[in-house]
Design a protein around this ligand. Sequence first.
Ligand SMILES: [Zn+2]
Length: 453
Amino acid sequence: MSPGSAILPGGLKQSQPVIEAFQTERLRDMLALCARAHPYYREHWRRAGIDVQSLQSLDDLQRLPLTPKQAMMEQPEHFRLQAPDLPLHERVLCEVIYTTGTSAEPTPVYNTTHDYHAYLFQSSRVAEISGIRSDDIIANLFPLTVAPMGAFVRSATNAYAAGAAIFAALPGSGHGAFGVHRPLDYAVQAIADRRATLLWGVPSFIRRVLLRAIELKADFRSVRMCAITGEASSAALREDLRRCMRELGAQGTTVFDRYGSTEMGAFAQCHEEGPWHNPSPEIQFHEVVDPDTGRRLPDGERGALAVTHLNRRGTVLLRFLVGDIVAIERGACPHCGRFGDRIVGPVVRTRDLVKVKGMLINPAALLDALQSVREIDEFQVVIGRSDPSDPFSMDEMRIRIASGVPDQTALAQTVVSRAQDVTRVRPVVEFAAAKEIYDPALQTKARRFIDAR
Ligand SMILES: [Zn+2]
């Protein structure tokens, strides 16, 4: 590829037709590269008799079958381009990050130097849209996990892209023999000492850090933003983060909710609670589809999100089903005027829908409902059997809560009715100590929903 052609001059200031014309060019290049060097797609197109050269437009893309996540998880190596004739920076392996799906084994996503540069480019757009600046001091609060977590590895890349400074608190449940993990109080102290402006991590851990800072009367006045990602959060939880920042006298109370995945990278909100801009339409195209037929749905309609890479060299995915139900909108953003596509929530993770007592329930909606109960300090939903020794006994939904309120009966009733409203399943409520549910010394993410069947 000739230098300079990877970026659309004017970027998101360009009108929709200009952006889409650019995407069409990149799509043709990407398909041509896959036709000669992508093991999985070559095999599938050959078997299905698809002549990929006949695909000339973004609309034509609909003639390709969807790529289920399962296919990539089963054969991640088959999704890597094998093109030894490409220039060195387009084929040398630069980093491997892992998707933390529901399966036991994490799935590797391969990035060449070319892809790393693309991520730096995407991150600089994210920073610009969401207001991350070169004078920011970022606290990376992501855990040090067994398989490298994309968000952990990429927080540094995001800082480089914004020109900002970054340090890491290295929380996480201890593994390995080098004793490098650090306790919660280290994070609190480091944020105060370094005068961090931006806290970057999973929302449950950031909340614990803020609560501990309030307890310790730590000086968090430098903080102006929490950037959260990596687990679902509700409007109520995000509001609670703002409340904590206000209580700490922080200079700002912005909560930037990042939507994204290892395969896609991050999307950016131009304002709190808004939809998510695709920061770099140059490198990826999105559609909302009917997951059964592959048919593209009109903008504004809710369906399954499919991503198509337009300019990658390591793991390449076309019409890849991310596993989320969303809507999409295109054209000028009414808030900031930028063009391109935007993902409109609520984001519902399809893989997370579970059946309890014959009802299909959405755990995210249940967690939302519980997070909005002010009196609850910590909670956890456990789906199990009513008789644990009998695998054929009825399902049971247990909600464990920690709370300091004197009237536990009233709180239990509130919890039962909230849970029933959203799931139509009546839960059993039990009280526990906060640390029994989520101990930040041992876990870096609260496990809010456990299917123990
Ligand atoms: Zn906007």
